[in-house]
Design a protein around this ligand. Structure first.
Ligand code: FAD
Length: 120
């Protein structure tokens, strides 16, 4: 199956990504690891006209401690969470849960994503 035609955007800053989202609104979808969205597009259950790939935006991935809180970036993969020593110490349920998601290929690409508020 092939997805419907779409325009591919690869912003390198959050500002540019927000600009694209503001411009294309409901016609646009963000792309992170692609392990949920791409299959949906291939089955044409999702047909965004614009795909905004977040992969080139620096600083969105990783786990760190900041002002006493643990911060997990939006592009942090399941594998990073699985192997994070910080999380193993502070919140071990997350690495334990991440280790049970899919297989290594999925965990190396799939990211933590915010709760969905609408259709995929
Ligand atoms: C073979 C296989 C096995 C899997 N097994 C499991 C499993 O056992 N458990 C499980 O929980 N999941 C499983 N998954 C799902 C996988 O973990 C998801 O792909 C992943 O959680 C979603 O992250 P992604 O980076 O792939 O998102 P994408 O596919 O890129 O995006 C998914 C959705 O989130 C939106 N989105 C992405 N990033 C953002 C962002 N930063 N802000 C706002 N919206 C955003 C996208 O627009 C899209 O609507 C499996 C997937 C596959 C292919």
């Amino acid at each position: 199956m092939y997805p419907a035609a779409f325009e591919y955007h690869r912003p390198t800053s959050i500002q540019d990504a927000l600009g694209l989202l503001a411009k294309h609104q409901d016609d646009a979808k963000l792309l992170a690891g692609g392990h949920s969205l791409i299959p949906l597009m291939k089955f044409r259950l999702a047909q965004p006209k614009h795909l905004i790939d977040l992969g080139r935006i620096g600083g969105l991935a990783g786990v760190r401690e900041e002002k006493g809180a643990v911060v997990i970036g939006a592009l942090t993969t399941h594998a990073t969470i699985e192997h994070s020593e910080l999380l193993k110490g502070k919140c071990p349920i997350l690495p334990e849960a991440a280790a049970r998601i899919g297989d290594p290929q999925v965990r190396n690409m799939g990211t933590m994503i915010p709760p969905r508020t609408g259709p995929p």
